[in-house]
Ligand binder design. Sequence first.
Ligand code: ATP
Ligand code: MG
Length: 439
Amino acid sequence: MQSERTHYTNQITPEMGSEHVTIAGWVHEIRDLGGIIFALIRDREGIAQATLFKKTTPAELIGAVKSLSRESVVTVTGEVKLEKKAPGGYEIIPEKINLLSKAASPLPMDTTGKVDADLETRLDSRFIDLRRPKVQAIFRIRHHVLQSVRSFLANEGFIEVTTPKVVATATEGGTALFPITYFEREAFLNQSPQLFKQMLMSAGFDRVFEIGPIFRAEEHDTRKHLNEVTSIDIEASFTDHNQAMQILERLVTHVYTEISTQAKNTLKELKTTPKIPEPPFERLKYTEAIEIATTRGEELVWGEDLTTAAETIIAEVINETTNTDHYFIIDWPTETKPFYAMPQETKPEISKAFDLMHRNIELSSGAQRIHNTEQLTERIKEQGLEPEDFKSYLQPFKYGMPPHAGWGLGLERLLMTLLNIENIRNTVLFPRDRKRLSP
Ligand code: ATP
Ligand code: MG
């Protein structure tokens, strides 16, 4: 590069005195006030002001700055000066400005935040939308969340694994799969790493986690559904559903605490203060949940999944009575849950499955799993599925499978609730939904 960057904009401090620096970034805005020109330069870490005085700055440099189009990429070299009114408390008196890449105009979208575009327009021009500090802040937090999930689980003895996303059969026998062509055969994009995680329990890995994509071919068009999701999945041997819930509530609390203490400035940018939960979270029985919904006018039949309206009522009541956002719904009817969820010994119509909720958003589903081949085969049949289709899945259960439990936690749902973001699409760089396949 012609001029090497010496500092990010946030590394320059007023106390540095009259040091010479080079910053590199995008032309955020040029403000020509007559006798003085302000060139605002934006990099990943913030905005710096380059100040040119018409009387003292060489005419050539003035001309170069005036001709800069917004969002062009430049380096600016100059002397640092204390200036209380400038962003960061300093300004740069430029001696040299290098244009590295000229941006065409008009821009597809405003980057200064002065004009608010709707979500679809923003996603169409995502490359430029992502230049906005407020938008980038979400992905800073996403990075922090992933880091803190990884360190928490590794500390708890979980081994990170990655499993295939191209698979031959459905995890849950559902129809919600994207078929793909795999040479001369049909294959699918995996909807969950469930079956692989369980195989690893038979293999003696004891505790595994995976952070990876899952695909759901559901025709939802809601604020909380995507067709490609990043799932945080764990599976643990010699562990029951209660222990799995404890790991989950401690993980969520850990993430909230880490973000709140280590990403303060980024949270400020997003104007939000996460409410750190306190374990143990409330545990609401499915039966209690439908009672609450029914007394508030949402009729529900035992054995059915909760409706969105019911979830909203339940969330309100939980929030009114306990002042918390996070709670578990436990003791789900066996028929509402996947075949691999373990039924309770004394009441087999109730399963050892749970959902973790944040208000009316489901964050995670989990369960203790069946580890007995005969029982598993029975449950596959009861759900109207063909045991034959699950032959390779069932195989490991015959040769020594420890009792185990686990859950899947949607990263985007975790982020949207953590940051109080209305629409899940905001938490993904390039979301995939019913209508969107590019960029
Ligand atoms: P929902 O009922 O909310 O559609 P689900 O019960 O079908 O979710 P699970 O199969 O239990 O989802 O998946 C585990 C977790 O993965 C969910 O709790 C959620 O956090 C996340 N998840 C699943 N499907 C989606 C989706 N389509 N969009 C966003 N997140 C999802
Ligand atoms: Mg679920």
